[in-house]
Design a protein around this ligand. Structure first.
Ligand code: TRP
Length: 329
């Protein structure tokens, strides 16, 4: 059984793209692997040093993932800052991470550009903390998006360097877990490409029905088909894709026919799509809110997660300290 680990940024809510993409795969994976999922709240401080609502965003993230199907009884779900072994390993790894290689990391260079007034040391050593996150549980596989591939590469480099430096075969090399074809790409409503947070085209699980209706009705379309069986433009293709994801086969068939014989009215399609989206998200949204307001439950979840994560982490740290040469007096 593989150990799978992933960190979740604590900024931003889940949209349908996340839901049908990574989250759905996490939910499936939890039954087939030893899974660790955690909220990366330390990492958030590299971009939000004075978060107004750190606690609140952690609570939201946990509620959304649990409501989407992550089972805290099955996977180990925890908060990074509840596991002090992680920053200790991070400190030790920092001694063998070189400033030059950290400065050359793409994500660091991007941050220099996006927040020139706050080029902090935490940003520079972001990949080291990420490495600590991963190897503290000796993870085999890390599901990451394209933007995190280099950071994972760095994690492997630091793990390998530790082994070489101290002449051990202690850490495994964490491999990227690529969902490949299994990853459903959900298009956005702006006609361009996929749904994303930075694209600003997301339908969020916590969006109220009125918000969803408004967003869907504003979706980009085209002037409509003028001759039978004409080719679909990208924005309309995207709408049909969403319809296929969220509506019944009959509904999809109905609008496809209408498109083919040029009688389609995009307004009708959008109305139907919005209602089917609402039918889909409403129960999830209700679960999110229920969990979010259940203090006792969430307290239990994070306590249990921290306990399990620390059991695994403290063993690693004990070994690492001994390997480096710290000996009890
Ligand atoms: N850097 C990741 C992101 O921005 C979050 C993260 C932190 C992470 N630690 C991790 C992901 C360890 C995978 C493994 O999305």
């Amino acid at each position: 059984m593989d150990t799978v680990l992933s960190g979740i940024r604590s900024t931003g809510s889940l949209h349908l793209g996340n839901y049908f993409g990574a989250v759905k795969n996490f939910v499936k994976m939890q039954h087939e692997n030893r899974c660790f999922f955690f909220v990366a709240d330390y990492h958030s401080l590299t971009t939000h040093p004075k978060p107004e609502n750190l606690q609140d965003s952690v609570r939201s993230v946990l509620s959304e993932y649990i409501a989407s199907g992550l089972d805290p009884e099955v996977a180990t779900l925890y908060v990074q800052s509840d596991v002090p072994e992680i920053p200790e390993l991070y400190l030790l790894l920092n001694m063998n991470a070189y400033v030059g290689e950290l400065q050359r990391t793409t994500t660091f260079k991007e941050k220099i550009r996006s927040q020139p007034d706050n080029v902090n040391a935490g940003l520079l050593t972001y990949p080291v903390l990420m490495c600590a996150d991963i190897i503290i549980h000796n993870a085999d596989k890390v599901p990451v998006g394209k933007d995190q591939e280099q950071n994972l590469e760095m994690a492997r480099k630091f793990a390998r360097r530790f082994n070489t430096m101290y002449g051990v075969e202690y850490f495994k090399m964490p491999e990227p877990y690529n969902f490949g074809d299994k990853l459903i790409k959900v298009p956005g409503l702006d006609g361009t490409g996929k749904m994303g947070k930075s694209e600003g085209n997301g339908i969020f699980l916590v969006d109220e029905p009125s918000v969803i209706r408004k967003k869907v009705m504003r979706a980009v379309t085209d002037a409509g088909p003028t001759k039978p069986n004409s080719k679909m433009s990208e924005p309309v293709k995207n709408l049909f894709y969403l319809l296929e994801l969220l509506s019944t086969p009959d509904t999809v068939q109905f609008f496809r026919e209408q498109y083919k014989n040029c009688t389609i009215r995009y307004g009708d399609l959008k109305k139907q799509l919005a209602e089917d989206m609402i039918a889909f998200t409403s129960p999830v949204r209700k679960r999110i809110l229920d969990i979010y307001h259940d203090d006792d439950y969430l307290k239990k979840v994070v306590r249990m997660g921290a306990e399990r994560a620390r059991a695994s982490a403290s063993k690693t740290l004990r070994d690492v300290r001994e390997i480096i040469g710290f000996k009890p007096f």
